[in-house]
Every structure is written in structure tokens, then in C-alpha cells.
Design a binder for this molecule. Structure first.
Ligand code: GTP
Ligand code: MG
Length: 352
């Protein structure tokens, strides 16, 4: 393998991307990964180099066509001018209320989401399910990381509860301060792999980042443009991990909401979805209609009633966030129409 290829592979280049671009077919172009996004500027990394380039792409009309951190871009080999964006393997995005833009891209091509919670009062099944929906909706593998296992005798119970949430769900319990923790999570932090973290305040995300990054963080945070002695920055950036992988650090992860997350919901609650197919009425609300397969499952002890309640709440949150934007637009349009009508009235000589 040429050094060129191994460098791109270390950055996360896989057959998913190489099937979209071959440098043999386009000798004047090259692939680069967006490792940091600033206002109007991207820091990109390619085979053995890093550079700042303008973020503007030709023909990028929709917000989703704009590059974000983690993206793969095809640029001019020498000019480094952006030419096109490669299709994403995964994408975190959020509704951007009040910005005038429909969606805000948070990160692309993340492989694994560490869903971090601790073995104490922060542990909350509803919150975990919410994070799992966000991960599945983005197309990312969730790995539940239970920190502060050193402070309790019940770590195994927490892990068991978490594992029940999704068939095959990977759950790791650890002391985030312990360097052995990095070894436990190593399978997702190797060369070319990109991870992101999600979890409430105080659960140990920063501690975990420190442990995973080791000395690498201090010496090699890509483009730490506001480095105030911390290893992380407030810019949206990928940071090199000790084991060769990349950690996505962006404040946007904290603001993820459930919106347009129907697919993610269906995946995480596939037991309920499967049951609902057997209800007598296709529009069954599962609130007591005859022939309701979900209520029957609850009565038979095969479904926790709390899980149904949690599913309802998340579904309602998703519906609210998804609909409210459409409604807001409708309201804006109605308001604009009214304003235009008033202006027209005023200019109408009849009303002078
Ligand atoms: N004993 C123990 N303490 C931990 C562990 N993980 C984190 N801590 C401690 O918990 C406190 C909070 O950890 P942080 O890493 O700052 O938490 P965070 O998730 O980054 O919090 P925010 O930045 O507010 O979102 C720190 O004092 C850590 O040392 C753990 O596994 N075991
Ligand atoms: Mg922190």
C-alpha cells in the first residue's frame, strides 16, 4: 500500500468513499477530510498535509450539501479548491430554530457514538433510549459507556439494565480516569475510526477524552485555534486519539434534539413497532381499543408498561419538533401575506 493510501485510511477513508472517487479517474483532484470547521473556513487533511480552505462548494444550494466536520471533500489537487462532497456514511444534524436555516449540520462520518452515563443517579433509561434513537437516526453505532463503576458495587446491574434496551447493544463499564478504560474502548478508537461522545454534564466525558487521547491530545490537537491550555477546543474539530482514531469534539452534540427521527425511533423501539402491526385497527392508539396487541403484551407480562410510556413521550417529542417547524413556516407565510395585504390597503387610493 502506498503511503498516500495509508494516510487516507488513517483519516477514515474506506471503500464506502473510494467507491465514490478514484484518483485514477480524476488525476487533477484529491480527497481530503474536513478535520475542523470555522466560520467560512475549513481545515482539511489529506495525504500528509493539512490546509485551510474556503468552505464554499460550487452548487451547494441546500444546507445538507455544505461540508461539515468529518466530511470527505474532493478538491483540486493543487488549488485545493472544493469540487464536490462525498456521500456521507452517517450524519448528525439538528433543527436550527431561529437561525433562518432549516437544519444545522453537526458532524459527518462518525462511526461510533459513546453514549456516556454514570453508575449513579444520572443513569436513566429514558435518556439512554433517547440517545440511542439519536445515534440510530444518524446511522452511527451506539456504545453505552457507564462511568464511575469504581464508585459502586452495582455496576453489573446498571450494565444489565442498559443491555436490555436494544438487542446486541454494547455496554462498557469503567472508571473513566483509568488508563485501562482506554483499552476497553480501544476497539472503536483505532486508526481510521471516528468517535463522538454524548452524555449529560458531570458523567465524565472530558475525563474520558483525556484518558483516550492520552499525551496525544496535549501535543496534537488539530488546529487548536483557541487553545487556552485545555486539550479540547470550542471549535468543531476532530482530535487524534492515542490509538490512532479520531474524536469529534463539537458543542453541537449537546444540542441534538429528536426531530424527524422516525426511523431511529422505529429501530430502538422495534419491539413495539412489531407488536403494533398485530393490532386489529391500523390506527390503534394502544390506549384500550379491542384487539390491541400492545396492551395484550403488557397484560401477558411481555412488555413493560413504562417502555410504552417512554416510547409515547419520545414519539410526541419527535412529532412536536418535526411539526412545529412546518407550522412556523405556515405562520410566517400567513404573517407575510397579512403584512402585504395591509401595505396594499394603505397604497390603495380608496383608503387614503
Ligand atoms: N471516580 C470516578 N470519577 C469520575 C469518573 N469519571 C469522571 N469522574 C469525575 O467526575 C467529575 C466530572 O467529570 P467530567 O469529565 O468533567 O464530566 P463531563 O461529562 O465532561 O461534564 P461536562 O463537561 O459538564 O459535560 C470529575 O471530577 C471527574 O474526575 C469515573 O469513572 N470514576
Ligand atoms: Mg466536560
Amino acid at each position: 500500500m502506498s503511503s498516500h493510501l495509508s494516510d487516507l485510511a488513517e483519516l477514515g477513508w474506506t471503500t464506502f468513499f473510494s467507491s465514490q472517487f478514484s484518483s485514477d479517474d480524476f488525476p487533477d483532484s484529491r480527497a481530503v477530510r474536513v478535520v475542523a470547521a470555522h466560520r467560512g473556513l475549513l481545515t482539511v487533511a489529506g495525504d500528509g498535509f493539512e490546509a485551510d480552505i474556503p468552505s464554499r462548494l460550487p452548487h451547494a444550494a441546500a444546507e445538507e450539501d455544505r461540508p461539515t466536520v468529518g466530511d470527505w471533500l474532493i478538491v483540486g489537487r493543487d488549488t485545493l479548491r472544493p469540487q464536490r462532497l462525498l456521500r456521507r456514511a452517517s450524519l448528525f444534524k439538528r433543527r436550527a430554530a431561529g437561525t433562518g436555516r432549516e437544519v444545522q449540520l453537526i458532524a459527518a462520518n462518525v462511526d461510533t457514538l459513546f453514549v456516556v452515563t454514570s453508575c449513579n443517579r444520572d443513569f436513566n433509561v429514558a435518556r439512554l433510549e433517547r440517545y440511542l434513537v439519536l445515534a440510530r437516526e444518524a446511522g452511527v453505532l451506539p456504545v453505552v459507556v457507564l462511568t464511575k463503576a469504581d464508585l459502586t458495587d452495582d455496576a453489573a446491574d446498571y450494565a444489565r439494565t442498559a443491555r436490555r434496551l436494544l438487542p446486541g447493544l454494547i455496554v462498557e463499564t469503567l472508571d473513566a480516569r483509568d488508563t485501562d478504560a482506554a483499552a476497553g474502548l480501544g476497539a472503536w478508537c483505532g486508526p481510521g475510526q471516528t468517535v463522538a461522545l454524548l452524555g449529560s454534564s458531570g458523567v465524565g466525558k472530558s475525563t474520558l477524552v483525556n484518558t483516550l487521547a492520552g499525551s496525544a491530545a496535549a501535543t496534537r490537537a488539530i488546529r487548536a485555534d483557541d487553545d487556552k491550555g485545555r486539550h479540547t477546543t470550542t471549535a468543531r474539530a476532530l482530535h487524534r486519539l492515542q490509538q490512532g482514531g479520531w474524536l469529534l469534539d463539537t458543542p453541537g452534540m449537546r444540542e441534538l434534539q429528536l426531530a424527524d427521527a422516525r426511523d431511529g425511533l422505529d429501530e430502538v423501539f422495534d419491539d413495539i413497532v412489531a407488536l403494533a402491526r398485530h393490532c386489529r385497527f391500523s390506527d390503534c392508539t394502544h390506549e384500550g381499543e379491542p384487539g390491541c396487541a400492545i396492551q395484550a403484551a403488557i397484560a401477558a407480562g411481555n412488555l413493560e408498561p413504562q417502555r410504552l410510556t417512554r416510547w409515547r413521550k419520545l414519539t410526541a417529542e419527535d412529532a412536536f419538533n418535526s411539526a412545529s417547524l412546518a407550522e412556523r413556516h405556515a405562520r410566517d407565510r400567513a404573517f407575510g401575506k397579512m403584512v402585504r395585504a395591509v401595505i396594499k390597503d394603505k397604497t390603495n387610493p380608496k383608503f387614503r
